[in-house]
Design a protein around this ligand. Sequence first.
Ligand SMILES: *Cc1c(COP(=O)(O)O)cnc(C)c1O
Length: 385
Amino acid sequence: MGEFLPYGHQWIDDNDVEAVVRVLKSDFLTQGPLVQRFEEAILETCGAKHCVAVANGTAALHIAVAALELDSGVEGITSPITFVASANCLVYNGITPKFADIDPRTYNIDPQAIQERITERTRVIIPVHFAGQPADVKQIAQGARKRGITIIEDAAHAIGSIDENGSRIGDCRNSDMTAFSFHPVKNVTTGEGGAITTNDDALFRKLQLLRNHGITRDPVLLSQNPGPWYYEMQEIGYNYRLTDLQAALGVAQLSHLDAFKKRRREIVARYNQAFSNLPHLTVPFERTGNDSCFHLYVVQIDFDAMKTSRTQIMELLRKQGVGTQVHYIPVHTQPFYRKRFGYRDGDFPVAERYYGRALSLPLFPKMSDGDVGRVIDAVRSIVEG
Ligand SMILES: *Cc1c(COP(=O)(O)O)cnc(C)c1O
């Protein structure tokens, strides 16, 4: 890496580049054979029955919710501490976004808080595996699924993570679908890209339709078959296809996932050790048994007690070449969510308190030991004062 360390960064090696170049020299830049190969590689990684690769993680969430064909006006629940896409996918589908507060230790949505938010109109819950740490989907599902509520995991941060029951994120053992993102800051990348895994045959077929304008050519699905030109548009779908260029990169990237995960966990362990005795700073907590492919390293800093501000700390770190970011501004406090749904400050106090103290430090597998040491020295010098 150069002098400046961003909070996240991709790692593309020569094999990855060659995989993409091979597609560029082939007959199909899109709708060729690589997309299915990528889907199979995701299934090998996650252990689910079906996979549908799409243009990005937001598209994955959009059609996962669309596939449920819910009436508008029903409710969905997600975490306030997530990227806006986890809630926007509900709004795209005319579903009222509700939130349940987070667990103050894991920063994941709190299953108990979900219980308190469920109404007779709740149809879908979208737990987010924040920072790569598995949310307690098993417990969330126990209360919800017997009430007919669908669970869609937002695993944009969490490909490669394993939960405390030994379940790989994406195997959908306790959920209906899992959505992934392959944006360059995520654990593996295709540039832009996403995918949905599911064990449900009907949802799988619906997702394939929705990815491609709602169009099918499958003779088994057609209502008539007058000739070889014939296709039917059976749903209102989208062009959410992934290209073969991206899929080739995805296959190559997935072959690095184990090594990436190992390196991410090494860096997290070094940070935890270096920072655990610092005043005013709390290191991330990992639930016993979770084996997280950490996507983010988020510390909580008591800026007030330090008599400073987050802006000032970010500026001081930036001067030492250390990039930081804040994940995330609570979604319910975004102007759109306030205006459209009437959310206010104070609605989700644990999330808001978390937000007030959150800071993500650089975490990506390409960081050298020297880079990690540089972050540690910079944070120590600033937080110890
Ligand atoms: C990145 C992200 C998304 C959206 O993925 P894109 O590929 O950027 O569209 C959704 N949810 C979460 C939690 C994310 O971090």
